[in-house]
Design a protein around this ligand. Structure first.
Ligand SMILES: *Cc1c(COP(=O)(O)O)cnc(C)c1O
Length: 367
């Protein structure tokens, strides 16, 4: 086998996968568990796939201590599909929901929900997404069907470091870009969902964890494949599921278990992001952070160079490429640099990035 060139993939998603997982997938590609065939060629009704489906659910249950009164679903359509599924499943026709919009992804979700009911904006419109207003200023409506938020805004690097208090209204959370990056109390949520391609696998499968009493309230127009009740009843095999992405996610969950579980992921995420923030903070303003300190993301770290000097930022990205560091360009809507530090990114990779940042500053900072 040829050895691939060493790259550092700081992409925001799809993101780096642990090498062990790719190697195992490669070993099992042609012959899954002594069946003589690939997992991709099997019936989704076979005993082998049923066992895999149940094991991946169980591993997720173990890792997050998911209570018994919650179902775990594996759906298609990405996190974006769930933006539509949530209002159609949880809001009666003509009903309303509260949306806490703190960045592009929650903004998209709110726009989608407005097709199916009334959307209350909990926060005033922001010019730039770089802060989360204090909970005491929020306008929650007691008759909302649910309160929606995005735990980590991937593009802006804005992360909630607490679980919002909704005064008893079911809480719905898009955790696509910080899922399983730390422990959290599932029982505080009505629904948690996450696409797999950031922290737990590859695109094609989206995880939905839902409290059972919220199932079965869907609007009649809900498409069958997005109906939480049907997918729960049929154990996520109502139609052909994305078997390969679910298999890869299964390998990822076992890898997380081996690393020490969600708590270990949390410690690592804390350490990795802290190192990058430290370098920025000790750069005497050469690097700067757009996001307020209390909600700086542990997963996606956006920063600017010399106050947003486009030429210098371009040079930084070119130099990074030369060192094998890829996908560090900030999202086109915000510019600058963004380093994504998901579960698969190692401390060594973070140290390499920091070394480069320090070298770059030495070379380019005005003396
Ligand atoms: C990536 C991402 C999405 C979109 O996921 P798709 O699977 O591409 O639909 C939604 N929300 C957040 C927070 C994300 O990071």
């Amino acid at each position: 086998m040829a050895t691939a060139k060493k790259v550092f993939n700081f992409g925001a998603g799809p993101a780096k996968l642990p090498r062990e997982i790719l190697l195992q997938a490669q070993r099992e590609l042609l012959d899954y568990d002594n069946t003589g065939m690939s997992i991709m060629e099997m019936s989704h009704r076979s005993a082998k796939y049923t066992e895999l489906n149940n094991r991946v659910q169980q591993d997720m249950r173990d890792l997050l201590k998911v209570p018994d009164n919650y179902k775990i679903l594996f759906l298609q359509g990405g996190a974006t599909g769930i933006f539509s599924a949530v209002p159609m499943n949880l809001m009666p026709s003509g009903g309303s929901a509260d949306y806490i919009v703190t960045g592009s992804w929650s903004s998209k979700a709110a726009k989608e929900a407005a097709k199916y009911g009334k959307v209350n904006m909990v926060l005033p419109k922001m010019d730039a997404y770089n802060d989360i207003p204090n909970q005491s200023t929020w306008k929650l409506s007691p008759d909302a069907s649910y309160v929606y938020y995005c735990a980590n805004e991937t593009i802006h690097g804005v992360e909630f470091r607490y679980i919002p208090d909704t005064k008893g209204v079911p809480l719905v959370c898009d955790m696509s870009s910080n899922f399983l990056s730390e422990e959290f109390d599932v029982s505080k949520f009505g629904v948690v969902f996450a696409c797999a391609q950031k922290n737990v696998g590859t695109s094609g499968v989206t995880v939905v964890i839902i409290r059972e009493d919220l199932i079965g309230k869907a609007q009649p127009i809900v498409p069958t494949i997005l109906d939480f009740k049907i997918n729960a009843q049929d154990n996520s095999v109502h139609n052909t599921p994305p078997m390969y992405p679910i298999y890869i996610m299964g390998l990822y969950l076992q890898w997380i278990k081996k690393q020490g579980g969600a708590a270990a992921m949390g410690q690592q995420a804390q350490q990795k992001s802290r190192r990058v923030y430290e370098v920025v903070n000790s750069s005497a303003g050469f690097y700067s952070l757009p996001v307020a300190e209390h909600c700086r993301s542990r997963m996606n770290v956006p920063f600017r160079i010399a106050g947003g000097d486009a030429a210098l930022e371009k040079k930084f990205l070119e130099g990074a490429e030369k060192r094998g560091m890829q996908q560090l360009k900030g999202h086109r809507s915000v510019g600058g640099i963004r380093a994504s530090l998901y579960n698969a990114i190692t401390m060594d990779e973070v140290e390499a990035l920091i070394k480069y940042m320090t070298d770059f500053q030495k070379e380019h900072a005005k003396k």
